[in-house]
Design a protein around this ligand. Structure first.
Ligand SMILES: NC(=O)c1ccc[n+]([C@@H]2O[C@H](COP(=O)([O-])OP(=O)(O)OC[C@H]3O[C@@H](n4cnc5c(N)ncnc54)[C@H](O)[C@@H]3O)[C@@H](O)[C@H]2O)c1
Length: 370
């Protein structure tokens, strides 16, 4: 099969759909990989590395799309990429079709098989191609929170790990899922005193087992939350109620009682945020202050570390890509129900129920179409 890897065009997107290691494995399996010139340069993966792994470097995006049977990307195609769509093309990438009617129309009209990272499921029903994002955001939340605690950044000038004779900083993590547990791991590694709050007692038991007595766990209720955040140096917001806006666990009044110069990193901001005083920020202007408390609410935290992010994402996507290449899309989809859940469009039919519902259009289950 010929696999095409175009350079990402979306503003500020620095990842690439395949790494040199992925190219190496695809070429070893007998496939041809066409990588657009400079596709990996912003992820610190130069053309030379792709070439050494066996890829052909192609000068124009047009040729990559035209020659490839299967195109692998990171972000959803932009409008100027729709002209490359054609019947039989397989596209494997984040698609986020629910709000994107024009992209859905273009995929359907051109009979593209559109497989969306965000709807692929593993054996447990989880979303394995979203997990790397949460792992990175959770680990980075402590790194950026520690930096915001520095005096120059408006913080109260606390070193999270303390030093001998001086107590460590207090970190409070709201939510103990993928983001929260990764945040706790890094904060504990830095020597901070860490309290993690979750509604799910089984999850707290599990984390208690993993981290032993080093992690303090608390059941989630407003009494516990208020007391914990009042004495916190750093609060990380990491709750998720799937499909709903994040619950506002920390009110404006609670923020008012926090220590001056304390820091809030609200990772859940992409779901509206779990702190009442949070509002979305960007990497170019990441933080602001309310009631003396520094707020960091960047909606795409992992974008700051594209090299790690590309490696983490492609570790998760690559097994599916190899299966698609080795078996062909139809056989791979028939064989793997988790991959089938990723198919949003095929042969001009919409096959993803949530997308159909949000756009109020017809759909058919994938099993009836391949
Ligand atoms: N800003 C970014 O760049 C970025 C990156 C990745 C993920 N996120 C966001 O981070 C959030 C967390 O993601 P995740 O992958 O860790 O989700 P997850 O489902 O793994 O974990 C969420 C946790 O929140 C807990 N929870 C739900 N309601 C709660 C409550 N009232 N009190 C305490 N805990 C509660 C759940 O029990 C669960 O353990 C999501 O909103 C996700 O979209 C943001």
């Amino acid at each position: 099969m010929i696999i095409g890897v175009p350079r990402e065009l979306k503003d500020h997107e620095s990842r690439v759909g395949v790494t040199p290691a992925g190219v190496h494995a695809l070429v070893a399996a007998g496939h041809t990989v066409l990588v657009e010139h400079n596709a990996g340069s912003l992820s610190a993966m130069p053309d030379d590395d792709f070439q050494a792994a066996g890829a052909e470097i192609v000068g124009s995006a047009h040729d990559v799309w035209r020659l490839a049977d299967l195109v692998v990307k990171v972000k959803e195609p932009l409008e100027l990429e729709y002209r490359h769509f054609r019947e039989g093309l397989v596209l494997f990438t984040y698609l986020h079709l629910a709000p994107a009617r024009a992209l859905t129309d273009a995929l359907l009209a051109n009979k593209v098989t559109g497989i969306a990272y965000e709807t692929v499921r593993d054996r447990t029903g989880a979303l394995p191609l979203l997990t790397p994002m949460s792992e990175i955001a959770g680990r980075m939340s402590i790194q950026v929170g520690a930096a915001c605690l520095e005096k120059e950044r408006g913080g109260r000038g606390v070193l999270l790990g303390g030093v001998p004779g001086v107590p460590p900083g207090n970190v409070v993590v709201l939510g103990g899922g993928v983001v929260g547990s990764n945040a706790a791991r890094i904060a504990l590694g830095m020597g901070a005193c860490v309290t993690l709050i979750d509604l799910d007692l089984d999850r707290l038991r599990q984390l208690d087992d993993i981290f032993g007595g080093r992690l303090h766990t608390l059941a989630s209720n407003s009494y516990n939350i208020e007391r914990a955040v009042r004495s916190a140096d750093l609060v990380v917001g990491a709750v998720l109620v799937p499909g709903a806006a994040a619950p506002r666990l920390v009110t404006k009044a609670m923020v008012g009682k926090m220590r001056k110069g304390a820091v809030i990193v609200d990772v859940a901001i992409d779901q509206g945020g779990c702190i009442e005083t949070s509002r979305p920020t960007t990497h170019s202007d990441p933080s602001y202050v309310v009631d003396g408390v520094v707020h960091y609410c960047v909606t795409n935290i992992p974008a700051a570390v594209p090299h790690t992010f590309t490696l983490a994402l492609t570790n998760a996507t690559f097994p599916y890509l190899l299966k698609l290449a080795n078996l062909g899309a139809n056989a791979a989809i028939r064989q793997d129900p988790g991959l089938a859940a990723g198919v949003n469009t095929v042969h001009g039919t919409l096959t993803c129920k949530p997308v159909a519902e949000s756009q109020q259009r017809d759909w058919q289950p994938i099993a009836e179409r391949v």
